[in-house]
Ligand binder design. Structure first.
Ligand SMILES: [Fe+2]
Length: 363
């Protein structure tokens, strides 16, 4: 045991006698292994010296330190700690604010519609995400942002670009898909703002008013000098191939090819994002739904290409299963895309065979 000045305390020293304040309040009990937090607290009480053991011990990790112990972090948690992700998140939020201002001015007809200028930040975001391969990693970790219209527009633009690239479309069409994804919901600037910020599901009447964003948006751009696919996408991005969409219940090839790409991107982003009135849906649940009904509702090439590629972006991700176990996605089964093989410790769970278990969230 030795007497040490509080100015000389260092983390790892072990308190050998209870430490009290001058008015007899316990500050650190005997056997406390001092952390920097304890030392700061002891110093704040104007104490001079305390007794500590001769031997030091390793300091237990604080809750915050435990959180950044990278060896125990999931793939997603590690990604969220990278500088690239932090910068990307900041930039997409900045872009979202800029887009809100641009959309507001466009809706008032205060500025000309310059598609190239509007989509420029999207390409910067791609570079920051490390290209097409990295974009889903980024987007999957930005699912909590309920800032519906503008962040969603950026996401849909990024996903449409990626999907058009996966479909091996020519460069010009990829650019049109990027712009169409960005502008698809511009008509939402013309629906009552309280519908966009409502924290509960819309009533039938409100939903009808909301659905008008497609025709209102089209009205805004129909006489502008922009690519016709962008105009069609604004009008048709809620049409479904089986005729169950709106506003015209168009079927099959009557739906614009670029609109068909944006539709897939739109539905995927919409469902996997948190909204003011509901939690985000697990991507594997969305993929399962796409597998079941995708070919009826969406362009076959767009949906099959999307599914075949998007599942691969989840390899190495940590997931929670419906049986409470946590594991990593290690193998995608091409015949059952929503039911990969999961490694839980030493156990391998093939969800394609084990149908009673499913993925409930990516963590
Ligand atoms: Fe929409």
């Amino acid at each position: 045991m030795k007497l040490v000045s509080v100015d000389k305390l260092i983390p790892g020293m072990v308190v050998s006698e209870n430490v009290y304040t001058l008015d007899d309040r316990l500050v650190a009990p005997k056997d406390t292994i001092l952390t920097q937090k304890d030392i700061d607290r002891i110093r704040s009480y104007s104490l001079y010296n305390i007794f500590v053991e001769e031997q030091m011990k390793s300091v237990p990790a604080t809750e915050e330190e435990k959180e950044v112990d990278v060896s125990t972090l999931s793939y997603a948690q590690k990604l969220r700690n990278t500088e690239e992700f932090i910068i990307f998140k900041q930039h997409i939020e900045d872009c979202s604010e800029q887009l809100e201002e641009s959309f507001r001015l466009l809706a008032n007809d205060s500025i000309p519609l310059d598609v190239d200028k509007l989509t420029e930040p999207v390409y910067h975001l791609f570079v920051e995400a490390g290209g097409t391969a990295g974009i889903f990693d980024m987007l999957h970790n930005l699912r909590d942002n309920a800032d519906a219209v503008f962040m969603h527009s950026l996401n849909v633009s990024l996903i449409s670009n990626t999907l058009a690239t996966w479909m091996k479309l020519p460069k010009e069409k990829i650019q049109v898909a990027t712009a169409a994804g960005l502008l698809h919901d511009i008509g939402k600037m013309l629906v009552p703002s309280e519908l966009l910020t409502k924290k509960k599901p819309l009533t039938e009447y409100e939903q009808r008013a909301m659905n008008e964003h497609v025709t209102r948006g089209y009205g805004l751009v129909k006489n502008k000098d922009i690519d016709v696919h962008i105009k069609n996408t604004i009008l048709m991005h809620h049409e479904m191939r089986d005729g169950s969409g709106f506003p015209f219940h168009l079927k099959g090839d009557k739906i614009d090819e670029i609109a068909s790409i944006v539709t897939v991107a739109n539905v995927y982003d919409e469902l996997t994002s948190k909204r003011l009135y509901r939690e985000a849906v697990c991507p594997f649940t969305v993929i399962e739904e796409f597998e079941k009904r995708g070919l009826e509702k969406y362009d076959p090439n767009a949906i099959m290409t999307f599914l075949g590629n998007v599942v691969n972006t989840f390899i190495a991700n940590r997931v929670m299963l419906s049986n409470g176990k946590v594991g990593e996605v290690i193998f995608i089964n091409p015949d059952h895309l929503s039911r990969p093989t999961i490694k839980c410790g030493d156990e391998f769970i093939d969800l394609a065979k084990n149908r009673s278990v499913s993925i409930v969230s990516v963590i």
